[in-house]
Structure formats: structure tokens, C-alpha cells
Ligand binder design. Structure first.
Ligand code: PMP
Length: 351
């Protein structure tokens, strides 16, 4: 098997880092207070193992979504939950389904369990082919909504209708849902075959901590608790994530800022002649083009290098026809967006 290839994480400073969809703002001050408190003056709390089932985090997630805490499972990042779901429900003869394109970690996790992968293509109109998902034969299907790396969102009503027809476990990966107009939490409350996974990495600005959770049917929660590591989240991550989930005001404000910058990026890129997918996450997939260069894989590589020469890091996905002409650009602060847009304009005027 081959390993997942994460986006570049440069360790030297001076980059405008718009390549891994991190939040550009610091987390809620309540998070910093909670970590300090959990650490104490001398750090002696670290002698003790944390809550084995992350109860503080699960209680906060349950409150935030009016969801029963007994059906919330916490993970070391939502990646941990994706892995647990595959370990528990997929294997030889029990395929993992995914949209194509979507998150490239799923096939890596499936390979580790020797599970076949079924891919349902997303068409050029970015519509969800619900009939193909329903007939995919997957034991569990990952529906990334909003989609990454496209950024497109699928209507919750279409997912609800799909859930009632799909015979397997439908996992709606909502890593980017904080920035979207709709989510499937109501569906996870009702349906016996729907799991929603969430992360604290994006909307809550805690990618460095590694915390996520799944909202599950009771039976699935029970299964995931059996297969997870007994202490899968550390003490500080639990305290921080719980504080972040309780600060709904901070989340709404932060998401508001990011959506405002996202709208500006979308308008300015479109005005420059760069086609964009209507973004529902904290990133924009856009196709560089200029008077001399039509959008293409090569043009995207050329623009990428130009941005890189200006110390602006974005991400390319050259392996799929829907993404190969594009650059995926995380929504940063206004200053970061301005630096990116200036370099993009400079590239557009080249030749
Ligand atoms: N799902 C999708 C679609 C993602 O893009 C990411 C982030 N790379 C994740 C899950 C994982 O997020 P986390 O940081 O919580 O592991």
C-alpha cells in the first residue's frame, strides 16, 4: 500500500500558507484558558491518564448539536474516526465507497484493511449521483460534504433521500460543514444508517491538537468504542475541544470572517478570468487562466510555481480531470488573501 500524502508543512517561516485549509485565526480564548487550566501550574495533571471515552468533549458536542452524548464518539482528529469506521465495517468482500474526487485518505485506510474501494464519479456539473451511490454495493460509503477538494456542496435533502435507499452505512464527512449552508446532523439523529463526522481542525482552528467526533446510531457508537484505542484523545485536546465547542459565539464570528473573505476571493478571481467552483468550505478551487494561457494542467502548474516564487503556498490535485486545471486555495486572513490575489494578478498579466 502507499501512504497518504499530506500537504506540504514548511517548517521555515515567511510563507503565506494556503495549502492545507487551516483556519487563519487563533482559536477561541476559552480554548487557551481551558488548556492552561487543564495543565495547571506545574503540569502535574499530565501524570494522569485522560478520560478514556473523552466524556468532556462528548458532552460538549452533544450540547452543541442537541444530540445524545451516548451516541457521540470522539477521535484523535476526524481521521481517527474514518479509520475506526473502516476497521469496524470494511474488509475483504466489504467495500469502501467514496465519491471521486474526494478525500484521498479513504483509499489508504481501506488498503490497510484489504477492503476494495468503489468510486462513484462526480460529474462535471458537480451533482451527486445518488442512484450510483445507492447501487454501489459499498458496506460503508464516505460522502464528503462539502466535497474536498472541489468545495461543492450537495443538498441535505438529496442525502436524506439517498440514506433511505442505501443499504450500507452512510458516513457524511462534514469536515467543512461549519462553512456551508446545510448539514446532515438532523439525519444522523433519525436514521439508523447515517454517521456524521466532524473535526475541530477547520472551523474551530485546532488542527494542531487533533480532535474530532462522530455522531452515530447507538449501535455504531457501541462498535466504535470497542475498536478505538482506550485513550485515543489526550487530556489537553479533550479540554480544548470541549471549550471550543461551548463557544458558539466565537465559531459564528470566525466563520463569518472566513466567508466574507471567501466571497471577496471568489469575486476577484472570477473578475480576473479564473473560473471557480462555488465554494462551500474554507477554500476555493480555481482555474488559473490568462490571455496567453488557457486553463489546463500545465497552466495550473505554471501559476503554482509563480505563487510559490512569491512564497505563497497553495495545493494542486493533478490526478483528476475535475481538479487538474485548478489550484485549491485556503481562505486566509484578508491580508493573506490580498497577498495571494496580488500574486495571482501579477501572473495573469505575465507574458
Ligand atoms: N475529512 C476531510 C474531507 C478532510 O479534508 C480532512 C482534513 N484533511 C479531514 C477529514 C481530517 O480532519 P482532521 O484534522 O480532523 O483529521
Amino acid at each position: 500500500m502507499s501512504a497518504y500524502v499530506p500537504g506540504e508543512q514548511p517548517q521555515d517561516g515567511g510563507w503565506v500558507k494556503l495549502n492545507t485549509n487551516e483556519n487563519p485565526y487563533p482559536p477561541s480564548p476559552a480554548v487557551v484558558r481551558a488548556v492552561r487550566e487543564a495543565l495547571g501550574d506545574d503540569g502535574s495533571s499530565l501524570r494522569l491518564y485522560p478520560s478514556p471515552d473523552s466524556s468532556p468533549l462528548r458532552a460538549a458536542a452533544a450540547e452543541a448539536h442537541a444530540f445524545p452524548s451516548s451516541r457521540v464518539v470522539a477521535g484523535n482528529g476526524s481521521d481517527d474516526l474514518l479509520n475506526l469506521l473502516i476497521r469496524a465495517y470494511a474488509g475483504p468482500g466489504r467495500p469502501v465507497g467514496m465519491l471521486d474526487p474526494s478525500y484521498s485518505l479513504y483509499p489508504v485506510l481501506a488498503a490497510a484493511q484489504d477492503a476494495p474501494v468503489v468510486r462513484v464519479p462526480i460529474g462535471p456539473d458537480f451533482r451527486l449521483d445518488a442512484a450510483a451511490v445507492a447501487a454501489s454495493g459499498a458496506a460503508l460509503f464516505f460522502l464528503t460534504n462539502p466535497n474536498a477538494p472541489l468545495g461543492a456542496g450537495f443538498p441535505a435533502a438529496e442525502i436524506a433521500s439517498l440514506a433511505s435507499r442505501f443499504p450500507g452505512l452512510l458516513v457524511v464527512d462534514e469536515a467543512y460543514a461549519a462553512f456551508a449552508e446545510e448539514d446532515c446532523i438532523a439525519l444522523a439523529k433519525e436514521m439508523p444508517n447515517v454517521v456524521v463526522t466532524r473535526t475541530l481542525s477547520k472551523g474551530h482552528a485546532l488542527a494542531g491538537l487533533r480532535a474530532g467526533y462522530a455522531l452515530c446510531p447507538a449501535e455504531v457508537a457501541d462498535v466504535l468504542h470497542r475498536v478505538r484505542d482506550s485513550y485515543n484523545l489526550d487530556r489537553l485536546a479533550q479540554a480544548a475541544a470541549a471549550a471550543a465547542l461551548r463557544d458558539a459565539g466565537w465559531l459564528a464570528h470566525n466563520v463569518g470572517l472566513i466567508k466574507r473573505t471567501r466571497t471577496r476571493m471568489l469575486h476577484e478571481l472570477t473578475a480576473m478570468g479564473w473560473r471557480c467552483v462555488t465554494p462551500c468550505g474554507n477554500f476555493v478551487l480555481t482555474e488559473p487562466a490568462s490571455a496567453r494561457r488557457a486553463a489546463s494542467r500545465e497552466t495550473s502548474a505554471h501559476a503554482f510555481e509563480h505563487l510559490r516564487s512569491r512564497r505563497i503556498l497553495v495545493r494542486r490535485f493533478p490526478g483528476h480531470p475535475l481538479t487538474e486545471k485548478g489550484l485549491r486555495v485556503s481562505v486566509g486572513t484578508d491580508a493573506e488573501a490580498d497577498a495571494f490575489l496580488a500574486a495571482a494578478r501579477e501572473w495573469t498579466a505575465l507574458d
